[in-house]
Design a protein around this ligand. Structure first.
Ligand SMILES: [Zn+2]
Length: 798
């Protein structure tokens, strides 16, 4: 349906695409178009702050390029596939399988409704009607629609579940026009209004959930929406109560902190997903009331995140929290997808409210990199933590992770802002092939047809068709990464400067048949790492962040840890795009990017320092086949440090559940021996192909967890053992004398990245080295494990 009659121009022949993709595209082509355009149910309350850019009903915009394929895959392979019984089980049989399981159904209703509006898929509509009706039946007499049993109410995640049920049902009502769930929504909201407040006998909402109250108070967003939909003043009063509660002595101080300290890591406990959820509600409140301080606080949060706390891919947290300035390790539960989606929503809200291109810039960046990086290319699965290196943790279920129902919401929102309208005319925020049937604010219909393989190529053709000749502006976003661009209107070159809103506006009398041609020079750029990425580089091509991927290393170089970048400049790296090989061709114009590299250590037949070429892949497609990937590439020869183990093979006593490396000279990438079992001894080893003389061994601690991760030194410090010949037995060469006096339960203040040394009195020639000790159990004596970030060995000269 997305592919119009000239689809051959837009899409390469199917023969050039992976088989699963071909099947999937033909399945999409069978989807039924919506019969008529959808008119959302109108609000009773008009916002005080009108939107600068309009929210597009998704059926107006149909995308058929890379972005469009990801949106359709989200519907066809994810949203329509989820089992309603699973979505509703916690409500039908309280308390459900876990404490926040109630959030999934509302998140699904939100994403699936937007997605249905976009595709018009009757199967999805049927499922939506069923789930909405069944959810309504689960409401208790007093209005409660959470998954908790009565005695446990309002203790953890049930205000949160009400939030998502309100968001889901309000979205469903707005776009289907079926208002049957409205009494359910009112009764939910009335229950919240009765239960929480600062009046006599009412509960404190800050105490009704996690993260200094950020979780429960994020119900602000749908309470504002319900106020606008119903005109019920007590819902607005409740929103005002939430703003007061934020500033209570026990509250997260959201607005006051953002107005004064202007740092998101200082708000509440810094929990990113819950905080951004609150800020999205705050912007809905600002739209409704026009309170300027609220917008100012949100803009301060945005500026702080962009400047100090954003990963190169658009991810925005590790360990689910905002941290100190530039404290952005590559692995440490980095890039929670819920944060990616709420960050996307935050930018989409700010874009609507301000009409400024800088927010669209962030949207393109987070969508094409982190969001698509978290979505499996065929749309069937999502990742929880999608880190800067490692493996993509795709899951096709809903079990265990909040992100599995958040990811689809982000993708389903894309058509609401990709191409839109404002007071001056049409605004193009994302460049993807497709058609937008827009209505200007004066009622003029305008069809905008985009032909492009972007971001696989920089040429974009826009056919502007107003039906009748009409004067208006077409606003285009020229991305900040683009150093060279040109524009033609009906073949004639035009030069236009970006306006104060950041858009280039072409204002003229447009008539049917008019063509706008844009040429963005797609070129590589290199980001030289600082802070935690000192000594590393990341490579981008146009808007795409690239990554090295085991899948593309070939036979000469099997391991990512064996490869480093050949320099810090585009010239030294010699970045060249080429069509993606079949195995990683996840969309028709997919490309990979050849760069100059250096063998970082002996690998296959290559000596350390040997030049080689590797191919990088967009982060969005990296690790799709289960391989390891890495965004930040080390520079030059790590062996110049003198660490002789870089040429070795690493191993450990137990596989564990963290995929780092102990020979990548990166203390943030570590390994553990955790497998939930006790064990008398654990070890971390490196084996060499050729003997090396060593006089010093360094062990770098991985990470201290509540339930272990260190060595218990109560019966002796960790020992260093060596093998003097390939087939020799391990012999003890010394111990880590400066290792702290830990016990099984007490890490003695040990911190991740701390290094401990063993001096070998007489230099020894070794084939293998290991550090051995008793793993610690922390607060869970039924198991024990150790961790290691690096194992290094040096000869006397270093
Ligand atoms: Zn999550």
């Amino acid at each position: 349906m997305k592919h119009s009659t000239n689809s051959s121009e837009l899409i390469h022949p199917l023969s050039g695409i992976k088989p699963f993709l071909a099947i999937w595209i033909s399945a999409i082509a069978l989807t039924v178009s919506p019969a008529a355009t959808i008119s959302p149910v109108a609000d009773k309350v008009t916002p005080v702050v009108p939107d600068r850019q309009d929210f597009q009903v998704p059926d107006r915009v149909h995308l058929s390029g890379w972005v469009g394929m990801r949106i359709e895959a989200n519907e066809a392979n994810r949203l329509v596939k989820l089992d309603p019984t699973r979505l509703l089980e916690g409500y039908r049989k309280r308390p459900g399988r876990q404490s926040w399981d109630g959030e999934h159904v509302g998140k699904w209703l939100h994403a699936a409704t937007l997605s249905w509006v976009y595709t018009g898929d009757p199967a999805l509509r049927q499922k939506l009607d069923y789930v909405a009706a069944e959810l309504v039946k689960c409401q208790l007499d007093d209005g409660y629609l959470g998954t908790y049993v009565e005695k446990d109410r309002w203790t953890e995640w049930d205000v949160w579940a009400h939030k998502y049920n309100l968001i889901g049902l309000i979205t469903y009502m707005r776009f289907t026009g079926n208002l049957e769930p409205l009494p359910t929504c009112r009764r939910m909201a009335d229950l919240l209004c009765r239960t929480f407040g600062d009046g006599p006998g009412q509960r404190d909402i800050i105490k009704a959930g996690e993260h200094v109250g950020l979780a429960p108070t994020s119900v602000l967003e749908p309470m504002v929406l319900l106020y606008r939909l119903t005109g019920e003043p007590r819902y607005l009063d409740f929103c005002k109560y939430i703003l007061r509660a934020w500033e209570q002595p026990n509250g997260p101080k959201v607005v006051s902190t953002l107005l004064t300290v202007k740092r998101v890591d200082k708000v509440g406990n810094g929990k990113a997903y819950e905080m951004l959820s609150c800020l999205n509600g705050a912007l809905e409140y600002y739209r409704t009331t026009g309170e300027p301080k609220i917008l100012e606080a949100c803009l301060n949060a945005w500026a702080d995140i962009v400047r100090n706390r954003l990963y190169i891919t658009g991810a925005a947290s590790y360990g689910e929290l905002f941290h100190d300035d530039f404290d952005l390790p590559n692995v440490a539960n980095v890039g929670e997808t819920c944060v990616t989606v709420t960050w996307l929503q935050f930018n989409a809200q700010l874009l609507r409210l301000t009409g400024e291109a800088r927010f669209a810039e962030q949207l393109e960046h987070v969508i094409l990199n982190q969001l698509f990086g978290a979505q499996r290319c065929d749309g069937s699965a999502w990742g929880y933590y999608v880190q800067m290196e490692g493996k993509k943790p795709y899951s096709s279920t809903l079990d265990g992770h909040c992100c599995l129902s958040s990811g689809p919401r982000g993708v389903a929102l894309i058509p609401t802002f990709a191409v839109t309208t404002d007071a001056n005319g049409v605004v193009v925020n994302l460049y993807d092939a497709g058609t937008a049937k827009l209505t200007l604010r004066d009622g003029t219909p305008v069809t905008l047809t985009t032909t492009t393989h972007y971001p696989g190529e920089g040429q974009i053709r826009l056919a502007v068709d107003p039906g009748e000749p009409k004067t208006f502006a077409v606003k285009l976003r020229v991305a900040a990464w683009c150093k060279s661009s040109s524009m033609r209107v009906n073949g004639q070159p035009v030069t236009v400067e970006a306006g104060p809103d950041g858009y280039v506006a072409v204002s003229q009398k447009w008539k049917p048949g008019d063509q706008l041609e844009l040429q963005f020079k797609l070129e590589p750029s290199v980001v030289v790492g600082d802070h935690k990425n000192q000594g590393k580089v990341a490579v981008l091509y146009g808007p795409l962040v690239l990554a090295a991927d085991e899948a593309l290393l070939g036979t000469a170089t099997h391991s990512l840890s064996a490869v480093s970048a050949a320099g810090t400049s585009v010239a030294a790296l010699g970045v060249e795009p080429e069509p993606a090989p079949e195995a990683v061709k996840f969309w028709p114009s997919a490309e990979v990017f050849r760069i100059n590299a250096v063998a970082r250590k002996r690998t296959g037949s290559l000596k350390a320092g040997a030049p080689l070429q590797i191919r990088l892949i967009p982060f969005a497609d990296a690790g799709e086949t289960g391989t390891s990937y890495k965004v930040w590439l080390p520079l030059g020869l790590a062996s110049s440090s003198g660490n002789v183990l870089l040429d070795g093979q690493e191993s450990r006593s137990r596989r564990g559940n963290v995929d780092g490396s102990i020979i990548d000279e990166d203390v943030h990438s570590f390994v553990v021996t955790f497998n939930n079992q006790p064990r008398a001894e654990d070890w971390f080893a490196v084996t060499l192909d050729q003997p090396e003389a060593i006089s010093r061994v360094v062990f770098v601690h991985g990470q201290t967890f509540h339930d272990g991760g260190w060595f218990d030194a109560s019966a002796g410090k960790p020992r260093v053992q060596i093998k003097a010949a390939q087939d020799a037995k391990w012999e003890t060469a010394g111990e880590l004398k400066d290792y702290p006096a830990t016990t099984a339960a007490d890490p003695a203040g040990l911190k991740g990245g701390e290094a401990f040394t063993c001096q070998i009195p007489q230099p020894m020639t070794v084939f293998a080295i290991r550090v051995l000790g008793k793993p610690a159990c922390g607060d869970n004596a039924r198991q024990a494990f150790a961790s290691c970030a690096e194992l290094q060995a040096f000869n006397a000269h270093h």
